[in-house]
Write a protein that binds this ligand. Sequence first.
Ligand SMILES: Nc1ncnc2c1ncn2[C@@H]1O[C@H](COP(=O)(O)OP(=O)(O)OP(=O)(O)O)[C@@H](O)[C@H]1O
Length: 327
Amino acid sequence: MTDEQRPGIEFGKTAGGGGAAGAIHDHVNPVAGVFDDVEPVPGSKKPDPILIADHVTKTFGGLTAVDVEHLEIQRGGITALIGPNGAGKTTFFNLLTGFDKPNTGHVVLDGQSIDGVAPHKLANRGMVRTFQLTKALSRMTVIDNMKLGAVNQTGEHFWRALLPIWKRQEQEIEGRGDALLDRFNLTHMRDEFAGTMSGGQRKLVEMARALMTDPKLVMLDEPMAGVNPALTQSLLGHVKGLRAEGRTVIFVEHDMDVVHDISDWVVVMAEGAIIAEGTPDDIAANPDVIDAYLGSHHDSDFESWSDDEIAQAESADDTPAGEEGSP
Ligand SMILES: Nc1ncnc2c1ncn2[C@@H]1O[C@H](COP(=O)(O)OP(=O)(O)OP(=O)(O)O)[C@@H](O)[C@H]1O
């Protein structure tokens, strides 16, 4: 089935994709076929889960931001976490990575509980997340940003970097940083202030910095947000590269083209809960997903819908007409 024929959310090709730039990053997919027998339903069992979340909830006042009954993330795959605005993706991401504490629930990484484990300790256990270049980090050079990636996961504990034990390791860490900058084609930016980089270069540094601890599970928060098409292919290639070298990737993303391009499996959240799971093609055709996006007035790419599909979706959308077009 072609993209044009596929009903539901339009998963097209990423801008600039399919050309020579894409070919540069033709990586092997070690989990090809692994999802063939996985049921495309919320909470489905995976053959070899690296991360398992059970009964994870988070409330803010009267609002239930996250209510995830069961989720398994397959080892070695690229899993996308998608959903309309306010679905709870970021909150769930924060709960999984130790940046926020759930009200209830348990998370297991590689067979061991990580409940209440701080982010920098999770990094030692092989789980890292990207974090955005803060103002403070923007005033540091790119190589110093890389070095900080080796010692912590929040970028807040600058003073730790001055401890003597860290100093002794500095050369080794700097070497690792330089190797990663080379891999991400950022060597020419090594001694520049991080704040001078373009949006796409920042994303590359965020990804490269996350690799300083040689993680087995990499959590990427909107890796393509604000990236121009020229660098999008490069970033997509690097994400596939993480998978090719055996790492597991989970990423939150709004761009459906990106999701279709690189995901092995897609998890969809709406109103805090997981409402669907499946391959990108399963998800593109899933009526529950389409309803969730339409119900929230998310600005997804729905231009490809036929009049019948629009009429069907509108009749399922119970939002009062007066709220149409609200953000
Ligand atoms: N610190 C907080 N205090 C109060 N409410 C919050 C807080 N963080 C998130 N929320 C609420 O929880 C719900 C889920 O928010 P969250 O940011 O996790 O969604 P999201 O799926 O990441 O959305 P987006 O795609 O817009 O980033 C929203 O209704 C949001 O307003």
